[in-house]
Design a protein around this ligand. Sequence first.
Ligand code: ADP
Ligand code: MG
Length: 273
Amino acid sequence: MIKLIGAGFSYKTDGGAVDALRGVSVEIERGKFTAVLGRNGSGKSTLAKLLNALLLPTEGRVLVFGLDTADGQNLFEIRKNVGMVFQNPDNQTVASIVEDDIAFGPENIGVEREEIARRVAWALKAVDMEEYRHSAPFNMSGGQKQRIAVAGILALKPAVIIFDESTSMLDPKGRGEIMAVIKTLIGDGISVILITHDMGEAVEADRVIVLGEGIVVLDGAPREVFRSEKLPELSLKPPIAASVAMDLRERGMPVGGVLTEGELVGELYRLLK
Ligand code: ADP
Ligand code: MG
């Protein structure tokens, strides 16, 4: 779906060039849940922007469905297929009524009226916000605003959605809401790339790519990556509940992927009942 070939990016600043990303070669498969982890400044957002051609690589190439992001003619197709949800829930809505906000994207690319109505209904359902269709986003919770932002992206029918730290400004409830939406999307066959510095959110990913200082340091299934000795030096630590659950699974207990202590207790209770 997405292929980076020795891709890198350096920002030109008054103080000289800042190499944010260097020699990244990875392929991201369709239909998968991929998490990208790394501490602040490790290059995650730069990577995200390379994937939907908001930035063009200053070295190497980025191919999206075989289309080179550096070719301007591919821009529309790439942007339509790769949606991005950002960090701040307060600056991603454009209209004062939820349904208008969600319709904004498809209207802009000339989708016909009836199809827009279908997409808006479907997107609202996917993010579990149907009852807020005629409400105003401005006084909603951060989690609700982010869900509307996701619906707005969904209405463009992208193949892949990148979440760039989209939960980091939310309270635990809002975080849970967005993680639930992500699971729904994956169930619907949409590819998700979740960028986060919270390993707890990556527990259920199919694959975890860890960036450190602009290069890929670790790449594998969560259970492999979470076990790496390199995590402390990358300022990452697996959530305690996740590591306990992994230990138990290794010992043959069918404990599901849990993110929180509460979920772990729930799983244990279910198994021991
Ligand atoms: P992350 O999202 O993991 O926090 P970024 O991709 O935002 O990392 O940043 C990677 C590196 O690039 C950091 O050293 C950061 O300071 C630098 N950087 C990011 N954006 C800019 C910019 N607009 N101008 C100059 N340097 C930048
Ligand atoms: Mg970032």
